[in-house]
Design a protein. Structure first.
Length: 179
């Protein structure tokens, strides 16, 4: 590649810019959330598993971004996200996982406050329900999770402590009074 005939200073700046872009592309975080950003839900965003409209239900929502796919799959509950992610048949490479920080989001009308699911703190077994009944609440700060436990009960978990038998999807519709 030959550079256009520019004075030395602009040409040096152009070469530096090209080098910076190439270095940034090489350093993209393929396993984490480095180049993938959370997508906000709207009134038409539906759950990948059951088609429910996310905005119609309380509790933390989740999204999984897969490599090579432009749009994430959304879930009306963190339990659904974990169930899919921890499924042994899951073959697609996950680029990023996001959940909502319920220390900041309104439980009854959660919007925004997306955080990296792998870094979140979770509460399982509280008496607070999400869209499919009992849920696993997600938090960005351990202090918020502990405050939640004081009020609603439950057990504190890290991402890697959530196991497949904790996130079975049997009977969720039985708890949903609005279906």
């Amino acid at each position: 590649m030959t550079l256009p005939s520019l004075p030395l200073r602009p040409r040096t700046a152009l070469v530096a810019l090209i080098a910076a872009v190439l270095l940034a592309a090489c350093g993209a975080d393929k396993a984490g959330t480095g180049s993938v950003v959370a997508v906000e839900i709207d009134s038409s965003t539906s759950c990948a598993l059951d088609g429910m409209l996310l905005a119609d239900y309380p509790g933390p929502k989740a999204q999984i971004h897969y490599d090579g796919v432009t749009q994430p799959e959304f879930f009306c509950d963190t339990v659904e996200m974990f169930s899919i992610y921890l499924n042994p048949e899951q073959a697609r490479r996950v680029a990023a996982l996001y959940v909502q920080d319920m220390g900041k989001a309104d439980w009854d009308n959660p919007k925004g406050h997306w955080i990296d699911a792998r870094k979140a703190i979770y509460v399982q077994g509280s008496n607070r329900h999400g869209s499919m009944g009992p849920t696993i609440a997600s938090f960005g700060a351990e202090t918020d999770a502990k405050k939640f436990i004081e009020t609603y009960g439950g057990k504190l978990l890290r991402f890697d402590e959530v196991k497949p038998d904790m996130v079975t999807l049997d009977g969720g519709a039985l708890h949903d009074q609005r279906m």
